[in-house]
Design a protein around this ligand. Structure first.
Ligand SMILES: [Zn+2]
Length: 150
């Protein structure tokens, strides 16, 4: 009896949860489309590359629509902008506030991976503090050759 109740409660939530949410984060239809596309390619893309991709797959015409969605998704913590290459990658979950990832980028195929290691981050912050700099934001990127491109 207990199990059946739990199951039907889960089904209720599942059926009534609006599609455009990622976690608790609401996305507009455009943001949802851009996020889904970037997740599905699972590599880093420049804005114009993503626009080309969306033109082919979704018939998107207006570039500002895509650029606005990318900016909004970055603010919401669902897209990460690589400083070194000006490319975007999608996150499947919302970034926590203040969270820092070490990003590995393959400069041959554009594949990307992320490492989360709070110990490395706090060691770097401590080094910065020693030379009297208070860290306010961090972007740490490694240009690499991935296993497939070796
Ligand atoms: Zn590669």
């Amino acid at each position: 009896m207990m199990n059946i109740q739990e199951t039907s409660q889960f089904d209720y939530e599942h059926q009534h949860k609006p599609e455009p949410y990622v976690g608790n984060c609401y996305l507009t239809p455009n943001e949802h489309m851009v996020h889904k596309a970037l997740l599905s390619v699972s590599k880093a893309m420049k804005a114009y590359e993503l626009l080309d991709y969306l033109r082919e797959t979704e018939g998107v015409r207006a570039a500002p629509t895509v650029y606005r969605a990318l900016n909004a998704l970055e603010e919401k913590g669902l897209v990460y902008r690589l400083v070194s290459t000006q490319q975007f990658i999608a996150r499947s979950t919302v970034a926590k506030t203040g969270e820092t990832c070490l990003v590995l980028i393959c400069d041959r195929c554009g594949s990307v991976d992320m490492i989360e290691d709070p110990q490395i981050i706090s060691a770097l912050d401590a080094n910065a503090a020693q030379v009297k700099f208070a860290v306010r934001s961090r972007k740490i990127e490694f240009v690499t050759t991935c296993r497939d491109c070796k």
